[in-house]
Design a protein around this ligand. Structure first.
Ligand SMILES: *Cc1c(COP(=O)(O)O)cnc(C)c1O
Length: 386
């Protein structure tokens, strides 16, 4: 097998980067290293640099190599969850008194982490609509060290201009972070648009099968990598070997899953966008979406997430969420099975009463890879029953 680099296409990197066959046995799939520690050849005589699995494990290294290759970065770091990855990054780059600018509809857990955990240690933050560049410019202060971007945003599917935000952030000396969970690297590559670091909840599209929780950071900044690697080792929120294996296995089919997720989401959006039970269908693949042109320019597909806004308000939204059959009512997203979520009481319950609060009239769909016609029928039937 030739070595895998950025000259190879995305799908090739997803299958092969970090995933070379086992040289001892020829096993096509590299072994899962379920070990906590490593025998030393004399004191300090480490084989391959491995000493203790909090510091490094070959199965995690394999995933980290794969993650870096997917995002076109030089360093990948894998964590026990998306929030563990975010926490390690924030701890690495912030000190008391620093300020963070985040989107006003970021993932609820990101808001909670910055507001309640880091806030208690003297980190201040402002929430802003990151699709509005003037608003972002106004929110940046001299103490702003991080500009945190999520696009498409969750759950309102707003599209933010990554390259323009990078320019704004860098002008102010801030680190620009993109949470790329919703798009996945198959559809959007923030490092190529100038971002300093990409964050993932690998629980979602990268793992792709709703069977593992994990998170990742990817960067090409050597100094940043060193700082975050130290926190990863010293604070210890690493991914376990079996979790790393499951994530690597999921990643191998990412390119084809994203095509299917995107195609079905587009079909659903086009079918229901003028349904009388809805006031809005928020999907960047619709020409009517305010971020459509921008999404078409910075993404290579529109993804599998869409949000419906109900004319009948909270009551209709809740009824719909409890009525679909293939779309199962659950938090999370990005798996092969379709899910429906009522953000204001589920994924975004923690931001109620804050500036990041989401409307009670919306429902978020994570479109799976079941037969497209079955998914369309499920949504239409539940809408018709309202
Ligand atoms: C789920 C999610 C996270 C948090 O990841 P966990 O793996 O649940 O810790 C962060 N950002 C986005 C956009 C998410 O959807």
């Amino acid at each position: 097998m030739t070595s895998i680099d950025q000259h190879h296409g995305f799908a090739t990197r997803a299958v092969h980067a970090g995933q070379a066959f086992d040289p001892t046995t020829g096993a096509v799939i590299p072994p899962v290293h379920l070990t906590s520690t490593y025998v030393q050849d004399g004191i300090g005589g480490l084989r391959g640099g491995y000493e203790y699995s909090r510091g490094g494990n070959p199965t995690r290294t394999a995933l980290e190599t794969q993650l870096a290759a997917l995002e076109g970065g030089t360093h990948g770091l894998s964590f026990a969850s998306g929030l563990a990855a975010e926490d390690a990054l924030l701890r690495a780059v912030l000190a008391p008194g620093d300020h963070v600018v985040i989107g006003n509809d970021v993932y609820g857990g990101t808001h909670r982490l910055i507001n309640r955990i880091h806030g208690a240690w003297g980190i201040r933050h402002s929430t802003v609509d990151t699709s509005d560049l003037d608003a972002v410019r106004a929110a940046i202060e001299p103490a702003t060290k991080v500009l945190w971007v999520e696009t498409p945003s969750n759950p309102l599917m707003k599209i933010s201009d990554v390259a323009a935000l990078v320019a704004l952030g860098h002008e102010a000396g801030a680190l620009v972070v993109v949470d790329n969970t919703f798009a996945s690297p198959a559809l959007q590559q923030p490092l190529a648009l100038g971002a300093d670091v990409v964050v993932h909840s690998t629980t979602k599209y990268l793992g792709g099968h709703s069977d593992v929780v994990g998170g990742a950071l990817v960067t090409s900044d050597d100094e940043l990598e060193e700082q975050v690697r130290f926190i990863q080792f010293a604070a210890g929120a690493v991914s376990a070997p079996f979790d790393a294996f499951l994530t690597s296995r999921g990643i191998k089919t990412l390119a084809l899953r994203m095509r299917q997720h995107s195609g079905s989401a587009q079909q659903i959006a086009e079918t229901v966008f003028d349904h009388p039970a809805l006031t809005r269908v928020l999907y960047p693949g619709l020409a009517s979406h305010p971020g459509h042109a921008l999404a078409a320019s910075q993404m290579s597909g529109f993804g599998g997430m869409l949000t419906l806004d109900f004319a009948g308000g909270a009551e209709a939204a809740r009824k719909f969420a409890e009525t679909t059959s293939l779309f199962q009512l659950a938090e999370s997203l990005g798996g092969v099975e379709s899910l429906v979520n009522y953000p204001s009481e589920m994924t975004h319950a923690s931001v109620k009463g804050t500036p990041a609060e989401v409307p009670e009239s919306i429902v978020r769909l994570s479109v799976g890879v079941e037969e497209t016609s079955d998914l369309v029928a499920d949504v239409v039937e539940a809408l018709d029953r309202l």
